[in-house]
Ligand binder design. Structure first.
Ligand code: 13P
Ligand code: SF4
Length: 392
């Protein structure tokens, strides 16, 4: 197709407000605390060389994992890239690496710490890299919800399932209560596993992944799903609703994927006849049902790899990944589903200055920004994570 290389249009707006580094974090949130230390200047022309040198100095002692939503300047240093499922598996498969530097967000680094040995240290280059979705389910809130289920006499027949995008203590809660972790690549398998063991699921914390999987992949009705709002007394639900529900969806969402609307889909279909709309399952139900294809980041990448030259694609996921895919496939017309900027602000906190700082500190023998999970939480969270890794 002529000229498709030039069809990538940078979404309007500026990401600058999203890119503040090492500031404004909340010690009580999943994202941890501020990043300590003197960061190199972002304008330092030697940053790439410095990262290369520090990485080489650490050699086999270091393994760098990079999530698909990371910036180009960071992803170029990753030893492996992937979605959260692939990265969890890769972390578990590297017993020889002394340092796992996680270019992703806090809950991913926690999972890596849980899945690796005590001798291995997991480092998050900016402790401000949390996840707003994970912050939407705090342990005391989930314990309150579980007590309500106990009072309704249905806790014993309810299986808790948490999306990977949750804090370690939520995973620990799920492990303690005989549940499983899932990611966007295996949510259907996790729900199948759960429904073999119980009559209903408490799905944390992403209502959209839970609803989309239950209704579109497992044949449940929308009426089988109820929404539990942790900010309302009783979750905003009656005992009868809790008892009759198949899926009790936690009221959480991704602030990035939640931005896409059905009108974005309608608009791109008008503008680009024949366009294929491909979205992540963290998008809302009406977006997913008006799209042509739905899947995790790994699925999105594979689908575009296999797409014929000349085909047109509007993608509903994080902008760093979509832009990279557009540049990797100049023979295809790849565009962002929303016309406005849609970075994940916390993923974007891991930038080259933070990576250089973390690598140089490690090379100098100083362990910085280590992510650790306490032994009891880690034990129970590991049960739920191992269950996920063993899903058929
Ligand atoms: P996956 O990596 O499972 O596709 O999830 C996307 C995401 O939002 C990660 O934070
Ligand atoms: Fe969290 Fe969404 Fe960012 Fe993923 S993309 S880290 S779910 S806010």
């Amino acid at each position: 197709m002529d000229g498709v290389t030039s069809t990538w249009v940078e979404p309007s707006g500026t990401g600058a407000a999203l890119l503040l580094l090492g500031r404004g974090s909340d010690a009580s949130a999943e994202r941890g605390v501020e990043c300590p230390g003197e960061l190199p200047s972002p304008s330092d022309p030697d940053l790439v060389e410095r990262a290369t040198r520090a990485k080489a100095a650490l050699g086999d002692r270091l393994f760098i994992l990079g999530h698909h939503y990371q910036r180009d300047e960071v992803i170029q240093f990753a030893d492996v890239t992937g979605d959260s499922f692939k990265l969890a598996r890769e972390a578990a498969a590297r017993p020889e690496a002394e340092f796992i530097v996680f270019c992703g967000v806090h809950f991913m680094a926690e999972s890596a710490d849980i899945l690796t040995s005590d001798a291995q240290k997991v480092v998050l280059p900016d402790l401000g890299a949390g996840c707003s979705m994970a912050d939407m389910a705090a342990l005391p809130q989930v314990e309150t919800a579980w007590e309500l289920l106990e009072d309704a006499d249905v806790a014993g027949s309810t299986v808790p399932v948490t999306y990977m995008n949750s804090s370690a203590d939520i995973k620990g809660f799920v492990g303690r209560n005989h549940g499983v972790v899932c990611t966007s690549s295996n949510a259907k398998r996790a729900l199948n596993w759960a429904f073999e063991r119980g009559q209903r699921v408490l799905f944390l914390p992403d209502q959209h992944l839970g609803r989309n999987t239950a209704v579109l992949e497992m044949g449940f009705d929308l009426d089988d799903c109820v929404l539990y709002d942790p900010h309302k007394p009783g979750g905003g639900l009656t005992t009868k609703q809790l008892r009759e529900a198949k899926m009790i969806l936690w009221r959480g969402h991704c602030s990035v994927h939640g931005r896409f609307t059905k009108s974005c889909v309608d608009e791109v279909r008008m503008r680009v006849p024949g366009v294929n709309v491909l979205v992540h399952p963290e998008c809302r139900y009406d977006v997913v049902t008006s799209a042509d294809y739905v899947g995790s980041t790994e699925y999105i990448i594979k689908t575009l790899d296999a797409a014929p030259a000349g085909s047109a694609w509007a993608i509903g996921t994080e902008l760093n990944l979509v832009r990279r895919l557009a540049h990797a496939h100049p023979d295809k017309q790849i565009m962002f589903l929303d016309r406005n900027v849609c970075y994940c602000s916390t993923m974007n906190r891991i930038d080259l200055p933070h990576l250089v700082w973390a690598l140089e500190e490690l090379a100098a023998g100083r362990l910085v920004n280590q992510i650790t999970v306490d032994a009891d939480t880690a034990h129970h969270a590991r049960v739920a994570l191992d269950q996920m890794l063993a899903l058929p």
